[in-house]
Design a protein around this ligand. Structure first.
Ligand SMILES: [Zn+2]
Ligand SMILES: [Zn+2]
Length: 390
């Protein structure tokens, strides 16, 4: 399976070629969240060839390993570096030679690049051991709710860590620029479903049954209004329905209407009260119109909030790799990342890593034609390495 040269202890000279080779294998063998078995085996094999001891997560995919410090001790404070390894359930349309060979699965979020860059960092750290141990986390299932990171934390992967760094490819930023900020950089996310039910009946006599369509419409507008009145307007809370289904005939009140939506927010406080707010508001609106309503609420990750000290360390790492001109700013995005789960137990920083070559159109994350500049990858490995050394 790993017929190609996986390499070990890549020198500066061949680092770029090696990281690109790893990235292409991972890209071609894209696997969905919690199904990253070959990906995990591949990453394990590369790390083991470097002489590292790999620990697989109990949850089935993903792994972590510690690179020992220069003096061989492993008990000192440990710095963590994290990559996510999963792909998306969507068909690739890039025309690349190494496009995903797995039908309906592709690395449209660039996690193949994250993984390859962290492998590159591993080779640099092994070749020139760092002053303190470094933990490399290859985490599965970032693209799920609540995210694989939560389970990795529950398995103790942050135990002993003093600082953590992660990054995400940013296709709207040029290669050579990295966005660094202290404070919030992503938003929280949660999915919810609402099932409105009644006995159903004739549209001529809504008073004899519960009018599920009418009640569903009241929930769509009422829930949004409740959020608007009960949450600080500065919190950047966005509640949106993406799906509503019910009914099949013009003169029949359906017995069931199903709706799905998302609640995102820039503030952790909204993430904390989201489930209670949605559940109680839906229950009271449903009661007003004499229907039943069941809510299923899947909590996603809270916002990623970068620690100030870690952001400063990251800024210095960016300068050491790219120079002062490589330091960019970053705004809090409405997207989420489960990196935030780690930050409940260790201070950390999440960076926006430029991967646009400057040629051709920018392609967005989660787009079937998503492309990134492979020339950025070796410097990404150096950036992880530089952060780890402090
Ligand atoms: Zn994604
Ligand atoms: Zn992603």
């Amino acid at each position: 399976m790993f017929g190609r040269n996986k390499g070990s202890k890549a020198s500066e000279g061949d680092l770029a070629a090696q990281v690109v080779e790893w990235r292409r294998w991972l890209h071609e063998n894209a696997e969905r969240s919690y199904e990253e078995h070959e990906t995990t085996d591949y990453v394990a094999s590369v790390l083991e060839d470097m002489g590292l001891k790999v620990h697989r997560f109990d949850l089935g995919t993903g792994l972590w390993c510690d690179v020992p410090a220069a003096d061989g001790t492993s008990s000192k404070d440990v710095v963590g570096l994290r990559a996510d390894i999963d792909a998306l359930p969507m068909t690739e349309d890039t025309g690349l030679d190494f496009a995903s060979a797995n039908e309906g699965v592709s690395h449209a979020c660039g996690h193949d690049a994250h993984t390859a860059m962290l492998l590159g960092a591993a080779s640099l750290l092994v070749a020139d051991p760092p002053p303190q141990p470094v933990r490399l986390i290859f985490q599965p299932a970032e693209e799920t709710q609540p995210g694989g990171a939560k389970k990795c934390v529950e398995e103790g992967v942050t135990d002993g860590l003093t600082q953590l760094m992660g990054l995400h490819c940013d296709p709207h930023r040029p290669t050579g620029e990295v966005g660094v900020i202290a404070g919030p950089i992503t938003s929280s996310n949660a999915n919810f479903g609402i099932t409105v039910t009644s006995s159903g009946g004739h549209t001529a006599r809504p008073h004899e049954t519960g009018d599920t369509i009418f009640a569903a419409a009241q929930i769509v507008t009422g829930l949004t209004a409740a959020l608007d009145r009960r949450v600080d307007p500065r919190a950047g809370a966005v509640l949106t329905f993406g799906s509503i289904n019910g009914g099949s005939a013009v003169n029949v009140i359906p017995a069931k209407v199903e709706m799905w939506g998302t609640l995102r927010s820039a503030k952790r406080a909204v993430w904390e009260i989201g489930e209670e707010l949605v559940t109680t508001s839906v229950a009271s609106i449903a009661a007003t119109f004499g229907v039943e309503a069941e809510v299923t609420y899947t909590q996603g990750p809270p916002p990623v909030i970068n620690d100030e000290e870690c952001a400063e360390r990251a800024r210095a790492a960016v300068v050491s790799v790219f120079g002062e001109e490589g330091v960019g700013t970053a705004e809090q995005s409405s997207g989420g990342d489960d990196f935030s789960w780690y930050l409940d137990s260790v201070p950390g920083v999440y960076l926006r890593f430029g991967v646009h070559s400057g040629k051709g159109e920018e392609t967005d994350l989660h787009h079937p034609g998503f492309l990134l500049d492979e020339d950025a990858l070796a410097d990404g490995a150096r950036l992880f390495d530089a952060f780890a050394r402090g």
